[in-house]
Write a protein that binds this ligand. Sequence first.
Ligand SMILES: C[S@@+](CC[C@H](N)C(=O)[O-])C[C@H]1O[C@@H](n2cnc3c(N)ncnc32)[C@H](O)[C@@H]1O
Length: 238
Amino acid sequence: MAGSICMSLTDKSPAATAETARLMDAVYRNQRHFYDLTRKYYLLGRDRLIDRLQLPRGATVLELGCGTGRNLIAAAKRYPDARYFGVDISEQMLETARHNIARAGLSDRITLRQGDASDPAAADGFGPDAFDRVIYSYTLSMIPVWREALKAGMARLAPHGRLSVVDFGQQQRLPGLFKKLLFLWLAKFHVSPRADLQRELEQLSEAYGAGLEASGLYRGYAFYAEISRPAGYSPATK
Ligand SMILES: C[S@@+](CC[C@H](N)C(=O)[O-])C[C@H]1O[C@@H](n2cnc3c(N)ncnc32)[C@H](O)[C@@H]1O
């Protein structure tokens, strides 16, 4: 059971990574079979992210925490001239993703690998060193070292590239009781909406001389942001 796994996941040691992988496998071992069916009702804003990818011909897209491959498949159908790469720490989720991608006939355009999104080397070996789009969809709220995961993705963003994030918001304009019950329920799935997400994105975009657009969706239920990287920069921090 997921709940019986010891939690010491706030560092980036190999032991912590292995523990996160075990935890995510435990969380998703059964859920992955009905994940796409159920999540479409509450992982809101994912289609907006895909709509806004606006991919040029030949573009490359990296999703960190790709889960069942739902977003990569939808994007590949929408933008057929691009190539897609997905990283997930859970082999269980990747098994479902491989199955879904093969069933959609997209195995030649979507490549997956197991890895930790907070590890800058997680995207090594895909082919491209840098990606035109790096996306995080309801993933940062599940990664204890989410700041490192953001930095790792930013380091992989190509000049003129765009990093997009959609995740749970802080429910600012929804009733307090709704927020309380939602956060309690999400905690059961090891999900923690990040109150500091916008601040972290501001710091990251400043360090990279990049532009940031951030907004709440659905009365703060979800949070959406994009960092657009300029062509030339020298980051103050990495
Ligand atoms: C809520 S699911 C979102 C999946 C997908 N992005 C979507 O929008 O449907 C979160 C995913 O993040 C993955 N994950 C959690 N921690 C991770 C980490 N450190 N590195 C990579 N993936 C991770 C989980 O295995 C899971 O597949």
